[in-house]
Design a protein around this ligand. Structure first.
Ligand code: AMP
Length: 204
């Protein structure tokens, strides 16, 4: 996958950009086709290389049963967080482009997918537009989103929904396997921190 410099996420931050323009965002990742762990890892590496992104960190990866149609493989899920000066809709468009670059083909609703990248929250922003809802409307009801978020920010409070802990206590349904079995790399020292590896070429 090769990104050109004309792509919005490849443009360098404006010199006048001040810290106030950088939002802390959380992205939910999922895959149940192909080599899912590798696909999610590649997605995170690609995002970490966008000049408009700083300090990307990844959660552990987890296994969950599918929601919706049950005749599909189980999922690998995780989350990543970073700061960005991309506007919310530009960020969503960039993530959708990345999904396509990684090889996503749209199939049935809630069906199997090579990669799914959702904006879980963008700072404390609450947004309701046809193309983008923030925080993600289903975030508070999905353990496969909440548990990875907890890895990244145990004290995170989601706008509208409250703390991760509160959301987990009120879950209507669970998808993750028993947590002891579900984490694919649960040792904190194995957690990968991608601290702005800008020297690497933006080629996967
Ligand atoms: P899905 O393929 O199920 O992930 O749904 C993708 C659709 O959800 C896209 O058309 C997006 O415009 C829309 N959408 C609304 N809010 C969000 C969000 N917070 N993150 C990702 N996609 C969103």
């Amino acid at each position: 996958m090769r990104m050109t410099n004309s792509h919005p996420v490849m443009q360098k931050p404006a010199d006048s950009c001040c810290d106030d323009n950088w939002a802390q965002v959380y992205i939910g990742l999922g895959s149940n086709l192909g080599d899912s762990e590798q696909v999610l890892q590649r997605a995170c590496w690609a995002i970490a290389q966008w000049p408009s992104v700083r300090n990307l960190r990844m959660s552990n990866w987890y296994r969950s049963r599918p929601q919706g149609p049950q005749d599909q493989p189980d999922y690998v899920n995780g989350a990543c967080c970073f700061t960005t000066h991309l506007a919310p809709r530009t960020l969503l468009a960039a993530l959708q482009q990345l999904e396509m670059d990684l090889g996503k083909i749209k199939q049935r609703h809630w069906g199997e997918r090579l990669v799914d990248l959702d904006v879980i929250c963008y700072g404390q922003l609450i947004l309701n537009t046809p193309e983008l809802t923030l925080p993600h409307p289903m975030a508070s009801q999905r353990d496969f989103v909440l548990v990875p978020l907890q890895d990244l920010a145990p004290d995170l409070v989601l706008p509208k929904f409250g703390s991760i802990q509160q959301c987990l206590e009120q879950l209507p349904e669970t998808f993750l396997y028993a947590v002891a079995d579900t984490s694919l790399c649960h040792q904190p020292d194995k957690r990968i921190e991608l601290l702005h590896e800008k020297n690497a070429e933006a080629v996967i």
